[in-house]
Design a binder for this molecule. Structure first.
Ligand SMILES: NC(=O)c1ccc[n+]([C@@H]2O[C@H](COP(=O)([O-])OP(=O)(O)OC[C@H]3O[C@@H](n4cnc5c(N)ncnc54)[C@H](O)[C@@H]3O)[C@@H](O)[C@H]2O)c1
Length: 258
């Protein structure tokens, strides 16, 4: 019997990278999994990877749309009869446009990376409240604790400040949701990964930057999707039954917030 036997989990952004690794781990632990992904090509490839590992279905979902989030929650209950776990992993990361420096784009990144987690939580919470059991995991980032990534030369204007800001917001959202939902036996926790050599990181960061980040880690290493999946499995399991509102930096000792 796996740790998540017969639990039903939605993993957003499970079309590739860390979300896909979460889906694989949850299936191995006995859960039934919904791949909630906006990119159909990625989802199709992911479904081939997950084929044969357990009960898994793809529901095309845009986490930034309330209608789409509600439809995802409903489709999950249709497919598997209930909804126990939501992992808010999706974000603009691989697809982030680092060259964009305008307010419109800042709002777009907020809409997906921060508000998307709230939209999905709001859509999924009623089913969890009804059964008086639920687990929500939000995915922040070490970037939430790091604000000196953009070099400051001669001042021209305040630069783009999108990704870190949204990931810091995810920390606050976690504590807010934990406070709202605790009385219904729903825990809400947060993972802040260090640099993980997913396609997203390899596409978004230079190899020099990845090496700098590796050297900032006490353990002088990057993290793997399996490292992250293990931390998530802890939050979802019975050993963490009364752990809520917490942020766990899984980053080989890069950030050690008190
Ligand atoms: N890789 C790292 O080093 C690292 C470090 C810290 C935090 N993170 C965070 O971990 C998570 C996963 O990282 P990754 O490297 O696998 O990123 P990724 O960009 O490769 O994967 C994110 C997935 O989310 C999907 N997505 C984007 N917008 C969506 C939307 N509106 N609705 C539904 N799905 C959407 C994408 O299509 C993609 O499949 C992200 O939240 C990222 O910010 C990653």
């Amino acid at each position: 019997m796996g740790r998540l036997q017969d639990k039903v989990a939605i993993v957003t952004g499970a079309g590739q990278g860390i979300g896909l690794a979460y889906a694989e781990r949850f299936l191995a632990e006995g859960a039934k999994v919904v791949v909630a992904e906006i990119n159909e090509d990625r989802a199709e490839t992911a479904m081939k990877t997950l084929d044969g590992l357990g009960d898994v279905t793809f529901v095309r979902t845009d986490i930034a749309s309330e209608d789409s989030a509600a439809a995802c929650a409903a489709a999950t209950i249709d497919a598997f009869g209930k909804l126990d776990i939501l992992v808010n992993n999706a974000a603009l990361y691989y697809d982030i446009q680092n060259e964009r420096n305008d307010y419109e784009y800042l709002q777009k990144v907020f809409q997906v990376n921060l508000h998307g987690a709230w939209v999905m939580a709001r859509a999924c919470a009623p089913a969890m409240v009804e059964q008086r059991w639920g687990r929500i995991i939000n995915q922040s980032s070490g970037a939430a604790y790091m604000y000196n990534m953009t070099p400051v030369g001669d001042f021209t204007e305040v630069g783009a400040f999108t990704y870190s800001q949204t990931k810091w917001g995810v920390v606050g959202l976690t504590k807010f949701l934990a406070s709202q939902l605790g009385q219904y036996n729903i825990t809400v926790n947060c993972i802040a990964p260090g640099v993980c050599l997913s396609d997203g990181a390899l596409n978004t960061l230079t190899s020099e930057r990845i090496e700098e980040l590796r050297m900032m880690a006490a353990m002088r290493r990057t993290v793997t999707p399996a490292d992250l999946a293990g931390a998530v499995a802890f939050f979802l399991g019975d050993d963490a039954a009364v752990v809520t509102g917490q942020v766990l930096c899984v980053d080989a000792g890069t950030h050690m917030p008190g």
